[in-house]
Design a protein around this ligand. Structure first.
Ligand code: AMP
Ligand code: AMP
Length: 337
């Protein structure tokens, strides 16, 4: 009989690797991290990591793929895969891979993301296809910008026209700036049970926008401070309970719509990144179709994961639980790509 011990769990050494591998070990898997030389000493510190495979740079990943295949390692993608490996290399991976690679094309294109969310009837901020139409504060986002770097804020059409001059030649998107509280909802969809769980929620801490309120506006005048959105960390959040039903339904509709736009749809961890207005409306600014870094707050479980499980379940551990259940029921084909 094949037990789950025949498989190992592996990931790239960065982002949420510690959470993923700790969760895998808690579920009884052997674990592997693929790391660059500068990170080996970090990963050596933790007993739940059984093996470190060293590569000179992250882009050398394909060179150790044969080893991972020989080890029957299941790769868990996270936020660094696209950032460091790139879309093509991720798509070409031959090792066992948790999740649906078909989501990558939808996720990496801002307009396709929007189309998906609109199909799911998930509210998104208004988009201005032309600068002339701007009638509200906007955020201008370049394509491929990570972590809010390379964005600019304009309070009206005039300011937009002034600032866009520096953006010549770049591809960008103009979005209404939604004023409210950010809430990043961490979901997990199980293709085995066909159930959606909310495992945790965070809010990002972004510099300098999250600190501007510390200086009264009259003191800011004349300083020429521009808001920026560079993520520096995350803090936990629990939602007002009456908002939770909405959060679940948005997640469910996202899964339903995914099944219509790509073969097999989305499964595993994903995150809807929302801003909630004073009218308690959610506006989703982005979907991440993988484990997000904000889940690192919840290595010991969260107030939400405790509602489903009588043990400490992080998103990393939940992934390992799904893999274990799939091995036991001989349905790995439902969760791997
Ligand atoms: P790092 O592991 O810090 O090199 O980051 C890898 C990728 O994950 C980059 O694309 C980052 O922008 C993203 N990332 C890292 N930490 C966070 C975080 N706390 N919140 C959101 N994104 C993050
Ligand atoms: P993103 O790269 O799309 O995740 O955006 C980075 C950050 O910019 C978010 O975490 C928000 O703080 C902010 N942001 C992005 N889009 C909007 C928006 N439409 N309204 C308000 N804030 C936004």
């Amino acid at each position: 009989m094949v037990t789950h011990l025949a498989y190992k769990i592996a990931t790239l050494g960065s982002h949420s690797a510690l959470q993923i591998l700790k969760g895998a070990k808690d579920e009884g898997f052997e674990t592997i991290v693929v790391a660059t030389p500068d990170r080996v000493s970090l990963y050596n510190r933790f007993r739940f990591i059984d093996k470190i495979l060293e590569i000179p740079t992250f882009s050398d990943f394909s060179k150790i793929e044969k080893k991972l295949i020989a080890e029957k390692a299941i790769i868990i993608p996270h936020g660094s895969f696209v950032a460091y490996l790139g879309l093509d290399q991720q798509k070409k991976m031959k090792a066992l891979y948790f999740g649906n690679k078909a989501v990558l094309d939808w996720e990496s294109d801002r307009l396709k993301q929007r189309e998906w969310l609109e199909k799911a009837k998930v509210p998104v901020p208004r988009r201005f296809s032309k600068g002339d139409r701007i009638d509200a504060p906007v955020l201008v986002k370049t394509y491929g910008a990570a972590g809010g770097e390379g964005y600019f804020f304009a309070k009206n059409k005039q300011e937009y026209k002034q600032k866009i001059k520096n953006f010549k030649g770049k591809k960008f998107l103009i979005q209404e700036y939604v004023i409210g509280v950010s809430a990043y909802v961490h979901y997990f969809y199980s293709p085995l049970t066909k159930k959606l769980e909310i495992l945790s929620i965070d809010r990002r801490y972004e510099s300098n926008v999250d600190s501007l309120g510390r200086i009264p506006s009259h003191n800011q005048q004349g300083l020429g401070i521009e808001p920026s959105f560079v993520v520096v960390g995350n803090s936990p959040l629990v939602l007002r309970e009456s908002l939770l039903a909405n959060a679940f339904e948005m997640g469910e509709r996202t899964i339903e719509a995914s099944k219509k736009i790509m073969p097999r749809g989305l499964w595993g961890p994903f995150c809807l990144e929302a801003i909630i207005t004073p009218k308690q409306e959610f506006f989703v600014i982005e979907i991440s179709c993988r484990i997000v870094a904000g889940t690192n707050l919840f290595i010991n479980g969260s107030p939400y994961s405790a509602l489903y499980w009588d043990k400490d379940v992080s998103t990393g551990r939940r992934i390992a639980m799904e893999i274990k259940a799939a091995i036991k029921t001989k349905s790995l084909d439902k969760i791997l790509n």
